[in-house]
Design a protein around this ligand. Structure first.
Ligand code: ADP
Length: 268
């Protein structure tokens, strides 16, 4: 290509440059708006439990407050709100580290069944307290070797199973199942708990999103658990899905890269 019109060329370049700059400014503007919303979400999420704690303490401190039973009840409520602040700080720390890219995905090959068992063990006590039974049947041990960041996938499993306990019903069940796909493993966590209204499903993985029910029922949580899950799964270039029916239960599923076995084992 030999230019015959240098002025036209320069004009073209300037236009290109202006277009690039415009989209750069657009991106910066979006980032700025995102940051503002994030901060306002955070301060809102902190204010609610802080005001509650202040209210309960002030009530108990009043001179004529003699009802010991009610005092205990108020202190328990204050404690629950403190727990909520704690969850918030731990989860905020996790999500900000994930988003800054500070913690890269540390790929390893590991047996998924072993990790699921560890996570179940760590949550068994909480499940029993909530009268929920955790089920995991590992049929084909050799087929569940995956290539992923073991610690991050632990977090994914903890968050999903923990939710199934929190939003489960008394004497309910959580089933953890793994399925072998072509070159992936699909992990599903299914509960027979409260389920989620269909209108909420598209927003479930957003930061700080909680359904009205979980807000009003005062279930401990930060509203960041599923945002963290999505972040981790997508950092592995894998997918996360949810199916749910209100009153019936929910299934959260995510995929992992399967490690092909050099010598296929037979089931004889
Ligand atoms: P939270 O800290 O509130 O549990 P999450 O991000 O983990 O935050 O979940 C977001 C919301 O999705 C929850 O507040 C709850 O309303 C809903 N949710 C998540 N998992 C389940 C489940 N297994 N059953 C019913 N609702 C769920």
């Amino acid at each position: 290509y030999v230019s015959t019109d240098p002025i036209n060329d320069v004009e073209f370049e300037v236009k290109e440059w202006a277009r690039d700059k415009k989209s750069e400014i657009e991106t910066l503007r979006k980032q700025e708006q995102f940051r503002r919303e994030f901060l306002s979400n955070i301060s809102h999420e902190f204010k609610t439990p802080l005001f509650a704690i202040q209210g309960y303490i002030e009530a108990v401190q009043e001179d004529n407050f003699e009802d010991q039973e009610m005092a205990q009840q108020f202190l328990r409520k204050a404690q629950r709100n403190l727990d909520r602040l704690n969850y918030l700080i731990v989860d905020l720390d996790a999500i900000s580290k994930l988003e800054s890219g500070e913690v890269p995905v540390n790929y390893q090959k590991f047996n998924l069944g072993g990790l699921v068992k560890e996570v179940i063990e760590s949550l068994e006590k909480k499940a029993t307290e909530h009268k929920i039974t955790l089920w995991f049947k590992e049929k084909y041990d050799h087929s569940t070797t995956v290539h992923a960041d073991r610690e991050k996938i632990r977090q994914v499993l903890v968050n999903l199973i923990d939710n199934s306990i929190k939003y489960g019903k008394e004497h309910g069940n959580t089933y953890i199942k793994t399925f072998e796909l072509h070159d992936q493993i699909l992990v599903e966590v299914t509960d027979d708990g409260s389920g989620i209204e269909e209108k909420y499903l598209p927003r479930l993985f957003e930061r700080f999103f909680r359904t009205d029910k979980s807000r009003s029922r005062q279930i401990g949580g930060s509203g960041l658990g599923l945002a963290i899950v999505k972040h981790i799964v997508e950092a592995h270039q894998q997918t996360i899905t949810v199916r749910s029916t209100e009153g019936i239960g929910s299934t959260f599923g995510f995929t992992l890269e399967k490690v092909k076995q050099p010598f296929p084992l037979t089931d004889t």
